[in-house]
Design a binder for this molecule. Structure first.
Ligand SMILES: Cc1ncc(COP(=O)(O)O)c(C=O)c1O
Length: 433
């Protein structure tokens, strides 16, 4: 293809601007980093699946909490405008609505992998033939390390205990039917199913209700890592009968690097005396916490999984962000997400046609969130994203050796960002050695 033919097939920038006028999103509520290269002042930020952007409201809210400490010292526990003792309760309603939980079923605490461990202490109880843990072969490594160490905690061989479900040969994503088939055939050996709701690499959204139902019917406990799902796709964890779930807040929940994470425990497990939890003073009911008794009295809520008193200054950004999700609403965000990702998909298809690059994320909107992953078919993903950033101001995310992930986030990404991705990719791959 010569350059003039290439230009003729390039998508129109005017079209992107028109779409942005018609479907503007909420970009004005966020800080968008400046571009590191290219001809636009702001970056086209497509890495919200890695680290979400900072809401403009976060700074003032955080400073207000900090000021309360300065003014009140220890009295802030009870006298701050947002008293610290019950601070975490401010997050419970919005986070529960976000993931489709009842308020008693959700709590914000710790970080994601720590929470997975705290949950697995009770929910992974290998016994008899039922010892295995099912994850996806393409699970985020932290989950793989976590379940392998849980197997060792029980004196089991991780290689024999952890089952890694793979896509079929020549395919990029896991078929739900294959997961269900495995559970039907071998479910009686499975103690725990722990899958990613949206796969971090391919962007595939699993059929959470179907897999949960099949795992539970097989007698296993079913938990979900929702790092790439929370704030990205609508969730109904209570209605889907999920046993437990955990997610982080630094990606789609825009709460800052290493932000506090969230946990869901289904109502049927709340208050269960037989379920092991690791405890600390925040595991006991709030009303009697300061009676300083030697034996805890855990509430029949997910708060019983808390161990320590929470870091208030880390809770502030999560609270601010959750309030934003609450006011915009996941249904509206999902609708914009489907439009925005569909647009990017069309542009990427135009760019990748006739080239070794291809989109590996499922094509059906109901099988994905906002992320599209492109396998670049040669060369280094890291080198490509460096060029996108420094030559075009496009911030995307590389997973070596050959996957580049683009996530148009419905809260703040624009159609013009998507257009810039496609345009930059076309120019970059054309000029690759
Ligand atoms: C799917 C998934 N699980 C787990 C983690 C690890 O999270 P953390 O370091 O917050 O425990 C990540 C991090 O990106 C992730 O994407």
């Amino acid at each position: 293809m010569d350059t003039s033919e290439r230009d003729a097939t390039r998508p129109s920038e005017q079209e992107a601007h028109r779409l942005d006028q018609a479907d503007p999103g909420h970009r004005h509520l966020f800080h968008v980093p400046p571009a590191d290269g290219g001809r636009y002042p702001q970056a086209a930020y497509l890495a919200g699946n890695s680290l979400g952007l900072q809401p403009r409201a976060t700074r003032a809210e955080l400073l207000a909490d900090l000021d309360a400490w300065g003014r009140l010292g220890v009295e802030g526990h009870l006298e701050a405008d947002r008293p610290w003792l019950p601070y975490h309760e401010l997050l419970t309603g919005p986070v529960a609505r976000l993931v489709g939980a009842r308020p008693a079923e959700a709590v914000v605490m710790n970080s994601l992998t720590v929470n997975l461990h705290l949950l697995m202490v009770g929910f992974y109880r290998p016994a008899g033939r039922r010892t295995r843990i099912v994850i996806e072969d393409g699970a985020f490594p932290s989950d793989s390390y976590a379940v392998r160490s849980q197997a060792r905690l029980h004196g089991l061989d991780p290689d024999a205990t952890v089952v890694r479900l793979r896509p079929r040969d020549g395919e990029d994503t896991l078929r739900t039917a294959d997961v269900l088939g495995f559970l039907a055939a071998e479910g009686d050996t499975v103690a725990l199913v722990l899958l990613g709701g949206v796969n971090y690499l391919t962007g595939e959204l699993m059929d959470i209700p179907a897999i949960t139902a099949a795992g539970r019917a097989a007698g296993a406990v079913v938990g979900w890592d929702l790092a790439h799902a929370a704030g990205n796709v609508p969730l109904a964890l209570h209605d889907w009968d999920v046993d437990f779930a955990a997610w982080c807040s630094y990606k789609y929940l825009n709460s800052g690097p290493g932000a506090l994470a969230g946990v869901f425990v289904h109502e049927r497990h709340l208050g269960r005396a037989d379920l092991i939890r690791l405890e600390g003073w925040w595991s006991t009911e709030a009303a009697t916490r300061f009676e300083m008794t030697p034996v805890s009295r855990p509430p029949a809520t997910a708060e019983a999984w808390q161990v320590s008193n929470p870091p208030i200054f880390a809770m502030g950004p999560v609270r601010t962000s959750l309030e934003l999700f609450d006011s915009v609403g996941m249904p509206a965000l999902r609708e914009r997400s489907v439009r925005l990702t569909g647009y990017l998909e069309r542009l990427l298809d135009e760019v990748t046609a006739g080239r070794p690059l291809r989109v590996v994320t499922p094509r059906e909107p109901e099988r994905r969130g906002c992320q599209l992953s492109v396998r670049i078919g040669g060369g280094s993903a890291g080198e490509l994203t460096k060029r996108l950033r420094h030559e075009h101001g496009v911030i995307a995310d590389a997973r070596e050796p050959d996957v580049v992930r683009f996530a148009p986030v419905p809260l703040y990404s624009t159609y013009h960002d998507c257009w810039r991705v496609a345009d930059a990719l076309a120019v970059t791959v054309e000029s690759q050695p």
